[in-house]
Design a protein around this ligand. Structure first.
Ligand code: TXA
Ligand code: MG
Length: 305
C-alpha cells in the first residue's frame, strides 16, 4: 500500500509532533499562518533551506522570511533601531515583516538571506505556526507554500495542488484569515504592501508599484495560469468574472464592497477562476484605499505576463 503523499493532518498535538520531527530531520513542512500557508524549514540548516528552493523551483537570489515566536528571539538575530522596535511592539505577533541588519554569527544559513547583510523577520500570530516555532525551538524560514510564480495558497488543498509530492506534510487549520502576504517594511518604507496598510503604519505608500523593491518582487509574481483582465465592469463571452461590490461576478469577492473580506478571499477566487471552464479571467475594479493598495498590487502582478 502506498501512503498518501502529501499527508494532510488537521492541527493538533500529534500533527505538531510529526512536523517537529520533520523540521529537526532537515525536512520541509507546509504550515498555515494568518496570511498564507508557508513552506517551512529550519533556517539554521542550509540543506533544509535548499529543499524549500527546490520544492518551489524558486530562483536562489530571492531571500526568505524567517519566522520567530517572539520579539526577543528576533532581537537576537537582527539589530532593531527605535523605529523598528516601535513597529514590532505595535504589530507583532501579526502580518508585518521587518527587513533589518543581520547580526554576525546567528547560525542563520546564508542561503536564507541570499547573501544580503539584511534579513526579513516576522513574528506570526497564527496558532499553528506559533506551535511549530515553540515546539521545534528553531527559527523557521518560510516562503509561501506554492510553486514559484504561482498563486499563494490560502488553504491546505491549494498547497497540495501546487506542490503535490514535493512536500511530505501539510498542517491543515482551515483557510487563512488575512489572505494576502505580510506587509514588508525596510528602511522606513513599504517594500511590499500587505494586510497592515500604509495608513496604519504611518508610512508613505509612494514607494511601491510595479518596480522591483524587495528582491523577490518580480513583476510576474502571483500569476494565475490564465490571462487576467483588470478593471472589468462586465463579463465578455469567454471570461470568468470575479466581481466586487455592485459588480456581481461568477464569484464575488465582497458584495458589500468590504476590502478586508475581499483580501481574505482573493487568492481562493483566483484559484477557482483558474479551475473554471472559461479560458480568461476578468476582475472588477477595486478602490486603492487601505488594504485595496495591496490587493491592486497583487492584481497588477497577476495581470502582467
Ligand atoms: O505572509 C508572508 O510573508 C508569507 C508567510 C508564509 O509568512 N511569506 C512570504 O514569503 O510571502 P515569500 O518568500 O513569498 O516573500 C518574501 C519576500 C520576497 O519578496 C523577498 O524578496 C523579500 O521578502 N525579502 C526577504 N528577505 C529580504 C531582504 N533581506 N531584503 C528585502 N526583501 C527581502
Ligand atoms: Mg510568495
Amino acid at each position: 500500500m502506498t501512503a498518501q503523499i502529501p499527508r494532510i493532518l488537521p492541527l493538533g498535538e500529534a500533527a505538531i509532533a510529526e512536523a517537529t520531527a520533520l523540521i529537526h530531520a532537515g525536512g520541509i513542512v507546509a504550515v498555515p499562518t494568518e496570511t498564507v500557508y508557508g513552506l517551512a524549514a529550519d533556517a539554521t540548516n542550509a540543506e533544509a533551506v535548499a529543499c524549500i528552493y527546490a520544492a518551489k523551483d524558486r530562483p536562489s537570489f530571492n531571500p526568505l522570511i524567517v519566522h520567530l515566536p517572539d520579539r526577543e528571539s528576533a532581537e537576537r538575530i537582527a539589530v532593531f533601531d527605535d523605529a523598528a522596535l516601535a513597529l514590532a511592539e505595535r504589530w507583532w505577533p501579526g502580518p508585518l515583516t521587518l527587513v533589518l541588519p543581520l547580526r554576525p554569527n546567528t547560525g542563520i544559513a546564508g542561503l536564507v538571506t541570499a547573501g544580503l547583510d539584511t534579513i526579513a523577520l516576522r513574528v506570526p500570530a497564527h496558532r499553528a505556526m506559533q506551535a511549530l516555532l515553540r515546539v521545534s525551538g528553531r527559527p523557521l524560514a518560510a516562503p509561501s507554500a506554492n510553486a514559484s510564480n504561482a498563486i499563494s495558497p490560502t488553504r491546505a488543498a491549494h498547497v497540495a495542488a501546487s506542490l503535490g509530492n514535493r512536500v511530505p506534510l501539510i498542517l491543515d487549520d482551515g483557510p487563512t484569515t488575512a489572505g494576502l502576504e505580510s506587509t514588508i517594511v525596510g528602511n522606513g518604507a513599504i517594500l511590499r504592501p500587505g494586510p497592515i496598510t500604509a495608513e496604519q503604519l504611518g508610512l508613505s505608500a509612494a514607494s511601491f508599484g510595479l518596480k522591483v523593491t524587495a528582491p523577490g518582487q518580480l513583476a510576474t509574481h502571483y500569476a494565475p495560469a490564465k490571462p487576467l483582465r483588470l478593471d472589468a465592469t462586465e463579463r465578455q463571452d469567454d471570461e470568468w468574472l470575479i466581481g466586487f461590490g455592485e459588480i456581481a461576478g461568477d464569484d464575488t469577492l465582497s458584495a458589500t464592497g468590504n476590502l478586508v473580506e475581499a483580501a481574505a478571499r482573493l487568492f481562493d477566487a483566483l484559484h477557482r477562476a483558474d479551475a473554471a471552464a472559461p479560458p480568461r479571467i476578468a476582475i472588477a475594479p477595486m478602490p486603492d484605499s487601505g488594504i485595496g493598495a495591496a490587493i491592486n498590487d497583487r492584481l497588477r502582478r497577476a495581470a502582467h505576463r
